[in-house]
Design a protein around this ligand. Sequence first.
Ligand code: UTP
Length: 413
Amino acid sequence: MENSMEEIKRTLEKYSQEHLLNNYEKLSDLNKQKLIYQIKHIDFELIDSLYNRTKKKAEDIKNQITPIEYIDKQKLNGEYKEFQQIGEKAIQDKKLAVVTMAGGQGTRLGYEGPKGTYDIGLDSHKSLFELLADSLKEQGKKYNVVIPWFIMTSEENNAETIEFFEKHKFFGFEENKSIFFFKQGELPMVDAEGKILIGEDGLVKEAADGHGGIYEALVRNGMTKKMRELGAEWLFIGGVDNCLVKMVDPILMGIAIQKHVTAAGKSVVKANPEEKVGVFCKRNGKPSVIEYTEISKEMAEEKDDKCELVYGESHILCNLFNIDAVERMGKKPLPYHVAFKKESYLDRYGNKVNPTGPNAYKFEAFLFDAFGELDDMAILRVKREEEFAPVKNATGIDSPETARELYKKFYNL
Ligand code: UTP
């Protein structure tokens, strides 16, 4: 321990992070152990380089971006039946597993607790998790199979999420047989000077590494292996906060299989050029998504000869992947994006500070940054009112109120 403490101190000194041990002596024995464990597992080089990147200006990406082809589900004629037959057969043959990403913090919604446990105000008072469970069970019944459900949580909400499922008897799924939970990775947060933040518990303040952490987390936790054991070849990955998410879609599967691509994603038409959504595109010839923060006004407004937006296929976090592709993507590190957030912390004297404005950099990988690893990806345009009712904000656009109305309309409630 002596030796290792000396080593730790040297490492901290090397990266100017000595403050991490400022309150060490005041911690309980358990927290002392936890802090040492955290410090030993921090990739200081990575944190350093991520912090340095916050100082760089965004590069001009215009020349890298081109439009991507898509298939409009409404305009499929003869092919519809063919895709449907192929997709239905694959589902009946148990080739599909479903993954729900539920590790996010839900900051905009401002709800204490895992977002999946949120009640959007339907008469049934069902949580988002239960609405998804209902839909998955119904689809399973339709195809006479039990579709295995994998739920990604974060360190922050894992225990509460599992407790919620236990309380609800896993909504009829069987733990470790048809429902599985796994945790995504975390990264330390740093302040404006690049110093790693200490939380109120005296430990390193870490945050989930973004939905892009899913590939690595699926592989590291043995989930893709489990999927293979269950006979699955494809996995649908969706968010927890879209109460109309169609996790089992024979058309999407049929397209991916028939077109021999390793991934297929769904889009809805962008409501207007200013809408704050990422859109599918090609980046250096590979499938990608361009974020609303990245796209220029000119590109966002560009129209084709049919008067449709050239970059108008919104990415709605509804994607299907071949397991091989996920395992490949899980081994390649993704770039991290940076967000500047308001986070409380302990100062060097051990006093809690509640900042009045953003003070902390959080590093997140985005799921779609891995699309560049795919040779190609089929994009299926679907109807917004049938498949996209997100719960993002507490009020206004994409709020529980708008999601509830869309849900009620779709199900004729
Ligand atoms: P969002 O990017 O909308 O984030 O996540 P969020 O956490 O729900 O909300 P804000 O941005 O803090 O307000 C889209 C989906 O990705 C999941 C979320 O749970 C949601 O289903 N997600 C996001 C993760 O699973 N892990 C993450 O680290 C981030």
